[in-house]
Design a protein around this ligand. Structure first.
Ligand code: FCB
Length: 450
C-alpha cells in the first residue's frame, strides 16, 4: 500500500520509450531495407513538411550519447523497438549488421543496469511484404513469427521483457482504413483483415518467445456526449468496441466481442478467422502494455461531419473544453485511472506496464534551457492517476515516459515534440528538459514530490 506522499511500490520501474523509425535514422545504412514508413513518408503530402525518418534523431549513430542520457535521467528501464527491415533483408536473409546494432544497445543497457524492454513491431513493416498485400495478407503473420524467432535467438539470452506489437489499432485501422499512417491505404476491408492478421502475428510470436511477453495496446476511456441519448450511447459502444475491446477481448479472453463482430460483418471480418487462431491469440500473457494519451467523448449525431472510417480518432469526437496538448488531444489524467480500473474489473488480471504516456507541447529554448512546465505537469497528473490506481489495487509494475527524445512523430513529422530530452535537429545535441530533470528526481525517489 502507498502512503500519502505518493510513494510507488518497491521495484516499480521508471522508464522512457522510443521506436526505431522515430529515432534511429540511418535509413539506408548497414543493409537496412525499406519499410512502409520510408515509402509513405517520402510520398508527397503524407507527412507535415514532407518530413521522413531518414535521419530522425540520429540515434543509430549516437547510441552511446543516448545511453549516457538514460543514466543521467536515472532510468531503470528503456523501451525500444527493433526495426524489422534492419534484421531481415529484401531476400529474406538475416542481416548480421542489423542484429549487431541491437546487441550493442542491449549490452550497453545491461552494463548500465537499465532493463531492456524490446518491442518487435512498432509499425515499420518491410515494404517487400507490403508489396505482397501487407497486413491484409495472412502470410505476413508467419513472416513476423519468423522474424521474431530470429530476434529471439539473437537476444533472448539477454532480453527478458518482450512486447510483440505496439498499438495494432493504429497499424491496422489508421494504416489500412483511415490511410493517415503507412501504408496509407483507405480500404476498410483490408483494415479489417489487418486487425486479425496482426493479432495472429502476436499469437504466433508469443508462442515462440520465452521470458515476460506482452502486447501494447492504446486504450481510451470512451464516454457518450449525452449519456441519455441512444445514438450517443451506441457511438460510444462502437468506438469503445473498435479502439479497446476489439484488441483486449481476443488477447485477454480468446474471443472477439460479439457486437464488434456484428459491426464488422459487412467488411468480411470473420472470414479471416480460422480454427485455432483464437487459441493462439488468447494464449496467456505475462504483462499487458498500456499506452495512454487521452479519452474519447463521442456523439452519434455527426451532423455535417462525415465519418472517415469508424474508429478513427477524429470521428464523432466532441471537445469538452479541457486543456489540450499540441496534438490537439485533450488532457484527461483521470482517464488513465479509469482505463486501469476497467482492466482490473473487467478482464483477467495480469501485471500492467504503462508502456507510453506523454505529451507534445510547443517547447521554446531560452538560453539553452527548455522549461516545459506544461509537460512536467502532464507527467505529474498522469503519474498521480497511476499511483491512485495502484492504491486501488491495480497491479501496475512500471511506467515509460513517451518519449526519451524529440523524434519523428509519424504523419506530424518533427513539428511535434514529445521528448523529455530536447533534440536540436541541426546538431543532434540532446538537452534534458525541465520535465526530464523532474522525471529523473521522481525516478530516483520512487515517489512523486509532496
Ligand atoms: C503512439 C505511438 C508512439 C508515439 C505516440 C505519440 O500512438 O505508439 O510511437 O507516436 O503515439
Amino acid at each position: 500500500m502507498l502512503d500519502s506522499a505518493g510513494v510507488f511500490p518497491e521495484g516499480f520501474l521508471w522508464g522512457a520509450a522510443t521506436a526505431a523509425y522515430q529515432v534511429e535514422g540511418a535509413a539506408a545504412e548497414d543493409g537496412r531495407c525499406e519499410s512502409i514508413w520510408d515509402v509513405f513518408s517520402r510520398t508527397p503530402g503524407r507527412t507535415v513538411n514532407g518530413d521522413t525518418g531518414d535521419v530522425a534523431a540520429n540515434h543509430y549513430h549516437l547510441l552511446d550519447v543516448d545511453l549516457a542520457l538514460m543514466t543521467e535521467l536515472n532510468l531503470d528501464a528503456y523501451r525500444f523497438s527493433v526495426s524489422w527491415p534492419r534484421i531481415i533483408d529484401d531476400d529474406g536473409a538475416i542481416n548480421r549488421k542489423g542484429i549487431d546494432f541491437y546487441e550493442r544497445l542491449v549490452d550497453g543497457l545491461l552494463d548500465r543496469g537499465i532493463t531492456p524492454f524490446l518491442t518487435l513491431y512498432h509499425w515499420d513493416l518491410p515494404q517487400r511484404l507490403e508489396d505482397r498485400g501487407g497486413w491484409a495478407n495472412r502470410d505476413t503473420a508467419q513472416h513476423f513469427a519468423d522474424y521474431a524467432q530470429v530476434v529471439h535467438e539473437a537476444l533472448g539470452d539477454r532480453v527478458h521483457n518482450w512486447t510483440t506489437l505496439n498499438e495494432p489499432y493504429c497499424a491496422s485501422l489508421l494504416g489500412y482504413g483511415a490511410g493517415v499512417h503507412a501504408p496509407g491505404r483507405r480500404e476498410p476491408k483490408a483494415a479489417a483483415a489487418a486487425v486479425h492478421h496482426l493479432l495472429l502475428a502476436h499469437g504466433m510470436a508469443r508462442s515462440i518467445i520465452r521470458g515476460d511477453v506482452g502486447i501494447t495496446l492504446n486504450l481510451y476511456p470512451v464516454q457518450p456526449v449525452n449519456p441519455y441519448d441512444a445514438q450517443d450511447i451506441d457511438a460510444a459502444r462502437r468506438v469503445d468496441g473498435l479502439q479497446n475491446r476489439l484488441f483486449l477481448d481476443p488477447v485477454l479472453r480468446g474471443e472477439y466481442p460479439a457486437d464488434v463482430l456484428e459491426d464488422l460483418a459487412p467488411l468480411g471480418f470473420a472470414d479471416h478467422i480460422r480454427p485455432g487462431d483464437l487459441n493462439l491469440i488468447g494464449a496467456p500473457l505475462d504483462t499487458l502494455g498500456v499506452n495512454y494519451y487521452t479519452g474519447h467523448h463521442v456523439t452519434g449525431h455527426v451532423g455535417d461531419r462525415t465519418p472517415e472510417w469508424i474508429g478513427s480518432e477524429h470521428v464523432h469526437n466532441v471537445g469538452r473544453g479541457l486543456p489540450t496538448t499540441a496534438m490537439g488531444w485533450e488532457e484527461l489524467p483521470d482517464g488513465l485511472f479509469t482505463v486501469l480500473n476497467r482492466l482490473h474489473d473487467e478482464y483477467p488480471r495480469l501485471p500492467i506496464h504503462i508502456t507510453e504516456n506523454g505529451a507534445a507541447y510547443d517547447d521554446t529554448v531560452v538560453d539553452g534551457r527548455i522549461d516545459d512546465h506544461a509537460r512536467r505537469r502532464y507527467f505529474e497528473q498522469h503519474l498521480g492517476a497511476v499511483r491512485d490506481a495502484i492504491a486501488a489495487g491495480v497491479d501496475v509494475r512500471g511506467y515509460f515516459a513517451w518519449s526519451l527524445l524529440d523524434n519523428f512523430e509519424w504523419a506530424e513529422g518533427y513539428a511535434k515534440r514529445f521528448g523529455i530530452a530536447h533534440v536540436d535537429f541541426d546538431t543532434f545535441a540532446r538537452t534534458p528538459k525541465l520535465s526530464g530533470r523532474w522525471y529523473a528526481t521522481v525516478a530516483r525517489a520512487n515517489a512523486l514530490p509532496e
